[in-house]
Design a protein around this ligand. Structure first.
Ligand SMILES: [Zn+2]
Length: 79
């Protein structure tokens, strides 16, 4: 992932130079992926990068959901 990590918290975006104080890799991802959150989205990130981050985010969320469902199923089977 592009971007410069600031000492401690925060980052500088390598594409648009946006400086965010506070937050780390997650905020940078939200910024580059134009994911609605606490950080404004990037206007200079290449589309391919943004799409890749969005896809990654989606698969992470799907994996999380899958895990929760598996846990629920397991609990149901046991009770
Ligand atoms: Zn940016």
């Amino acid at each position: 992932m592009r971007g410069t990590k600031l000492p401690g918290q925060g980052f500088i975006c390598a594409y648009c130079g946006f400086v965010n104080h506070g937050g780390g890799a997650t905020r940078l991802r939200d910024h580059l992926g134009a994911i609605v959150g606490e950080v404004k989205q990037c206007n200079s990130v290449p589309r391919a990068v943004r799409d890749a981050i969005k896809a990654l985010q989606k698969s992470t969320m799907e994996k999380k959901r899958e895990k929760e469902q598996r846990k629920l199923r397991l609990e149901r089977d046991l009770l």
